[in-house]
Design a protein around this ligand. Structure first.
Ligand SMILES: Cc1cc2nc3c(=O)[nH]c(=O)nc-3n(C[C@H](O)[C@H](O)[C@H](O)COP(=O)(O)OP(=O)(O)OC[C@H]3O[C@@H](n4cnc5c(N)ncnc54)[C@H](O)[C@@H]3O)c2cc1C
Length: 462
């Protein structure tokens, strides 16, 4: 067992942990401890046999995500816009209709109903301060309501609700019944608006990164060199009598003055703290469950749907694949169709034999784009709920009541323990941009604390 001494240990080499390390490494001795044998966490590449690299985790960046675009530039990477020309498809009762934009053409009553519900939701989201959602005068009432309850009151037609739910699935990888209304409003506000989160051009699905977003993490790790330790699953954080911390991992220990936990909340709960974290922190983490999503990608010789004037984007309340995108990389020949299984559908297909799952996904692709879509050259899917060290995605959400009971203390430090990761962001919570924001805040806190408290004891239970 080796024993290392650094000033700051960072648990997790996702984009958040790596960014915190980059910011601190200029001045301090830093170690990033990563459980997997790769960096990137929820950002992950898959390589098809022809050399195409595809993101099986997070992939898009869009306007307003300034930190991400800056990082991409700093690392010498580049982006391309997702293919967003031609008609989108709406699949209703097994029939396909073409449309443009984010809202499909449906019967006027359902269209008006959906439009009014979305406008109401946007107006409510706008009234929330994403740095303190618990402060809004109706915060308690909204936090005690699920998004599902609100939707049933505010969207009276079944079709209007079903289409709203397609959007919710795509944005949250969850169901309306899972979400506190206040959290849903906060989330939309934190990424500017629901419209922004749903849109391609001008929205959160606008751009892709050549080499995959995991490629960014690999470049960050290369800069950090020996400071990143793989296969180092952290098991315990123990406070020593002199106030420093011993971070025990699967192949040794690191002694440090400060720890940044940059993990999904469900993974942070699996680490043993000694002394224990305060009860409120544990209770908060317990109320931050992850969404569920299986990301599915099929490769064809070319994006053949474009020849028929189709964008590759589908909305289908019946699913099981409820949304699809043309994921083909600019400058490469292959046609790549990507679809999500989300929420309850992802929970179901997580327990289904992978071959059956593949067949169900390709059935959908064939229904939307014709029989040719049933026979891809290659296919890959990734079930993030089954994935060790993540166990759900895209991110955690706050269960009903959590923002108002625990929100004000969410980003507090626990003595020498600091919190990063996308779930601790105020802007773009759940997105890579949020992960960078949280990293900056945690790195600032650590730098401030090291300047202030060097050599002085601060208890984990603080
Ligand atoms: C399918 C999917 C689609 C998504 N789409 C988008 C998108 O298009 N755009 C976008 O901006 N975001 C998207 N996201 C969300 C985005 O991926 C995340 O917000 C972001 O990657 C989170 O980064 P993080 O560093 O906070 O956490 P993570 O990436 O989860 O990093 C945490 C790290 O900690 C490690 N770890 C866990 N436990 C331990 C332990 N005990 N010891 C040591 N290490 C540990 C993990 O292995 C992991 O590397 C998507 C996510 C998924 C899964």
């Amino acid at each position: 067992m080796s024993l290392d001494q650094v000033q700051v240990a960072i648990v997790g080499a996702g984009i958040s942990g790596l960014q915190a390390a980059r910011l601190l490494q200029k001045k301090y001795r830093v170690r990033v401890l990563e459980a997997r044998e790769r960096v990137g966490g929820r950002l992950c590449n898959h390589q098809f046999t022809n050399g195409d690299t595809v993101d099986v985790g997070g992939q898009w960046v869009g306007p307003g995500q300034d930190r991400m675009y800056r990082l991409i530039e700093e690392l010498g990477a580049s982006t391309w816009p997702l293919y967003d020309s031609g008609d989108n498809l709406l699949c209703l009762n097994s029939k396909l209709r073409r449309y443009r934009g984010t809202i499909p053409r449906i019967n006027p009553l359902a269209l008006a109903d959906l439009g009014i519900a979305m406008a109401r939701f946007e107006a409510m989201a706008k009234s929330i301060d994403p740095t303190a959602p618990w402060e809004y005068k109706k915060a308690r009432q909204w936090d005690a309501t699920t998004l599902d309850t609100w939707l049933h009151k505010n969207c009276r037609t079944r079709l209007g609700r079903e289409l709203f739910e397609v959007g919710i699935g795509a944005v949250f990888a969850g169901e309306a019944k899972d979400l506190s209304l206040l959290h849903a409003l906060f989330y939309a506000r934190s990424g500017h608006s629901l419209e922004t989160l749903l849109a391609v051009t001008g929205g959160a699905q606008q751009d892709r990164v050549h080499g995959g977003t995991a490629g960014l993490c690999e470049r960050m790790a290369a800069e950090l060199g020996q400071a990143v330790q793989l296969n180092a699953a952290v098991e315990a954080v123990e406070q020593l009598p002199d106030g420093r911390l011993r971070v025990r991992h699967q192949s040794g220990s690191v002694v440090c003055e400060r720890v940044i936990v940059a993990l999904p909340p469900n993974q942070a709960l699996r680490i043993r703290f000694e002394p224990e974290l305060p009860a409120w922190r544990d209770q908060l983490l317990q109320r931050m469950p992850a969404g569920a999503c299986i990301k599915c990608i099929a490769r064809y010789d070319k994006p053949f749907w474009r020849e028929e004037g189709l964008s590759g984007q589908v909305a289908s309340p019946a699913g099981p694949v409820r949304v699809t995108f043309d994921n083909s990389e600019a400058g490469r020949e292959s046609g790549l169709l990507m679809g999500f299984l989300e929420g309850d559908v992802a929970r179901y297909y997580s327990n289904v034999d992978p071959e059956q799952r593949r067949a169900a996904v390709l059935d959908c692709f064939a229904q939307y784009f014709g029989e040719r879509a049933r026979q891809p050259l290659e296919y890959v899917d990734k079930d993030w709920s089954s994935e060790p060290w993540t166990r759900g995605c895209y991110a955690a959400h706050l269960a009903p009541g959590t923002w108002t009971s625990y929100g004000p203390r969410m980003r507090e430090t626990n003595g020498p323990v600091h919190w990063a990761g996308t779930e601790f962001a105020t802007e773009w919570f759940g997105y890579m941009e949020g992960a960078l924001e949280a990293a900056e805040r945690a790195a600032d806190e650590v730098a401030g604390a090291l300047a202030r408290t060097s050599g002085r004891l601060e208890l984990v239970t603080a």
